[in-house]
Each structure stands twice: as structure tokens, then as C-alpha cells.
Design a protein around this ligand. Structure first.
Ligand code: GDP
Length: 374
């Protein structure tokens, strides 16, 4: 029901069987384009009969392929393009402008966390359909690669965590996560929701995943699930916030959403937080504004003397977004103390509205980037 096009695959060696006819009739009830694909056509003699018979299904001419040998892929691509009206690769208009990468297209979201924290339940609640199955059995999440939906007009693409889930459960390693799978999921996403369990909030494994997300430079949102089980919410929240301040100072101001995937309470608030985090993560600060701010910061509190000479921050520019990255040109850059660097990073965060995102600050030795022109 959700697709744009259906490929009905038949086995050319077996010929058309009753089940093929059944599916062909069934598919005709939907108003969807169908391409009939005759597979296993590598042995030419066998294909002819099936191709002729294929006409009888009333779905037009079959495309002969051999999936195993990779034959007929060009024809199949053409047939797909012809049905959905897209130009085949290589024929796009080269003049066409790329949309600005940052905010065009769906927001790529991943949901990660230890097994049993409620990821699958949350996904079901989010997309409002039972697309992923949850329950006690091992490895039952369907292996969907991505699910698209729209939240308040914003297109969201959920990158599935099926691989992670399956491996964790099938191998019975309930206490061990496969870092490789989590990492792959994280790299695929722009915003990562880390789901933790209200009854075991931010334990070692949770923090390890959070640090992976931060190290990869993704926007992180914390979802505290099973909040319906919490008897003293105010106290629980207070201890959680303290824990975050101590354990994850790199993402000061990170969004924390308490929710219940089971009762669907505050599930939409989570997506509001995701969209907000994505915006922050994409933010760009114009250079003149940045340098006025830098002068002010240095005026308020100047760096210490080193060997009788003052370290002078000269010039700052934003050298990247997703996550925000800044470069500071500074005399005696190597001597700038860590607490001064923190002073600047925290200042950037507060002044330019960058809560909860990792901020990268690179120091460069030098007067300013135009020093050579003096
Ligand atoms: P996953 O391994 O992270 O995908 O976790 P599941 O979605 O399979 O959930 C694990 C268990 O926690 C299931 O028994 C769920 O019914 C339960 N669960 C999930 N979300 C909630 C919630 O918000 N509240 C409560 N009380 N239980 C939940």
C-alpha cells in the first residue's frame, strides 16, 4: 500500500504457476504500476516459454533477468523508470541545481539504546503502525532499512536499528551491544535518539553509546522511556540531570524527553525535540558577528600570560556545521589553557543558541588568516 511500484517476480524456469496468477490478479486491485520480472533467465532456451506465458498475466511484457548473474539489470532499470516517470541515472539535467543539502530532504533519525529499553515499542508509537513487531521472541524486528513519515510538515526518515536488535538478541548477549552495528546506524543518521530505561537511567552502556554519538558528531537527544513506571518523577528527573551534567559535559543543554512508548505519552514531544536539535546542529554564525562576540569575550576575561607575554585570540570563523565547528586564530595557540577554551565553547553555546550539540573548536597559530597580506 505504501509503495510507488511493484515488481512481480516469476521463476522463468518453472514457468507461470497458479500462485503467479493469484498474485497478478490480486495486484490488479491496487492502483499501482507493476513490472513483471522473469528471473532465472540465464539459460536462454528456458526463458522464451515463460516470457510468452507472462503475457497471459495481463501485466505487459516481462523483463528477463538473471538476478544471480546480474543480467538484464539495465533493462529492468529502464522498465522501472518508464513506469514511475523518473529519468534513469546519468540522464538527469546537469543544469539542475542541488537543493541546499542541510535542510532539504528528510531528517535522518536513528533510535539506539540497549536491548529492552523499548526502541521497537517507540518506533511503533511514532509511526502509528505496527511495522515493527515487539515482544519477547528473538530477532523479530522486520529488517526494514528505513521508514518515512511526516511530523508537523517535516519529513522524517527513520533509519532502522534492526541489525543491532537482532544481533543483540539472537546471540543472547543481553548485556553486550554490538558496537559495530550501533556505529553503522549512528553514521547513517543526522539526529540520534538514545533511549534509556527509566529504571536504569544512564548506566555505563548508555553513556558509552552517548559518547559514540558525540564522537561521531551527530545531534543527540535523550529519551527516557517507561516514565509510566516512575513513582517519583521530580526526584528521578533531578538525579538524571545531575548525572548528565557530570557525565556528558560535551553536550551541555542536551534535550531530555521523558516519555512512555507504551502509553504513547510525550512521544510527539520527542520528535519536536529531534527537529529542534537538528536545527541547532545545522546552525551557522556569520563571521562578523562571531568576531564582535570574540572581542567582547576577550574583553571580559583575557587569557593568561605565558612567559610574560599574553596569549591573544585574534580571529574566529565557523568552519563547518553538522555539528558546528569553529576555528580560532590565536598567538601562542598551543599554550591556551583548557579552561579558557571551555570558556569560549560555553560562551558560543549560550550566545548563539547551540544547546546539546557537540561544538568543535580548533586552534590555529597565527595573527589571523590574512596575516600574509599585511
Ligand atoms: P527494544 O529491545 O529496545 O526494542 O525493546 P522493546 O520495544 O521490545 O520493549 C522491551 C519491553 O519493554 C517490552 O516488554 C515492552 O512492552 C516494554 N516497554 C516498552 N516501552 C515501555 C514503556 O513506555 N513503559 C513500560 N512500562 N514498558 C515498556
Amino acid at each position: 500500500k505504501d509503495c510507488d511500484l511493484v515488481l512481480l517476480v516469476i521463476d522463468a524456469r518453472a514457468g507461470i504457476v497458479a500462485l503467479d496468477r493469484h498474485f497478478a490478479d490480486w495486484l490488479r486491485r491496487f492502483d499501482k504500476p507493476v513490472v513483471l520480472v522473469a528471473n532465472k533467465c540465464e539459460a536462454r532456451g528456458t526463458a522464451a516459454g515463460a516470457l510468452a506465458e507472462g503475457w497471459g498475466l495481463g501485466l505487459g511484457e516481462a523483463v528477463a533477468i538473471s538476478a544471480e548473474h546480474g543480467e538484464g539489470m539495465g533493462e529492468l532499470r529502464d522498465a522501472i523508470a518508464a513506469r514511475i516517470g523518473a529519468s534513469p541515472p546519468g540522464e538527469e539535467n546537469p543544469e539542475a541545481e542541488e537543493p541546499p543539502a542541510a535542510l532539504a530532504g528528510p531528517l535522518k533519525l536513528a533510535i539506539v539504546g540497549r536491548p529492552n529499553v523499548g526502541k521497537s515499542t517507540l518506533v511503533n508509537a511514532l509511526i502509528g503502525e505496527e511495522r515493527m513487531l515487539t515482544g519477547p521472541e528473538a530477532g523479530i524486528t522486520r529488517d526494514a532499512i528505513a521508514v518515512d513519515w511526516t511530523h508537523k510538515g517535516r519529513a522524517i526518515r527513520l533509519v532502522d536499528t534492526a541489525g543491532l536488535r537482532r544481533r543483540a538478541k539472537v546471540e543472547g548477549k543481553l548485556e553486550r551491544l554490538s558496537t559495530g552495528d550501533t556505529l553503522r546506524t549512528i553514521r547513517f543518521a543526522e539526529v540520534v535518539v538514545l533511549v534509556v530505561d527509566s529504571e536504569q537511567m544512564l548506566e555505563k552502556q548508555d553513556l558509552a553509546i552517548a559518547r559514540l554519538v558525540i564522537d561521531e558528531g551527530r545531534a543527540l537527544v535523550l529519551a527516557v522511556n517507561k516514565w509510566d513506571l516512575v513513582t517519583e518523577p521530580a526526584a528521578a528527573l533531578k538525579s538524571l540531570v545531575r548525572r548528565i551534567e557530570v557525565s556528558l559535559p560535551q553536550v551541555k543543554g542536551i534535550k531530555v524527553v521523558t516519555l512512555s512508548a507504551l502509553t504513547r505519552q510525550r512521544v510527539h514531544a520527542l520528535i519536536d525535540a529531534v527537529v529542534a536539535a537538528h536545527k541547532v546542529w545545522n546552525k551557522k554564525v556569520p563571521t562578523p558577528i562571531l568576531n564582535r562576540w570574540l572581542q567582547h569575550m576577550v574583553g571580559q576575561h583575557s587569557p593568561p600570560l605565558v612567559g610574560g607575554r599574553r596569549i591573544k585570540p585574534r580571529y574566529m570563523t565557523q568552519t563547518g556545521a553538522r555539528p558546528p565547528a569553529f576555528t580560532l586564530f590565536c598567538s601562542k595557540a598551543a599554550d591556551l589553557p583548557e579552561d579558557y577554551r571551555r570558556y569560549l565553547v560555553n560562551g558560543l553555546r549560550e550566545q548563539f543558541g547551540l544547546p546539546g550539540t557537540p561544538i568543535r573548536l580548533t586552534l590555529r597559530q597565527g595573527e589571523n588568516p590574512f596575516a600574509g597580506k599585511k
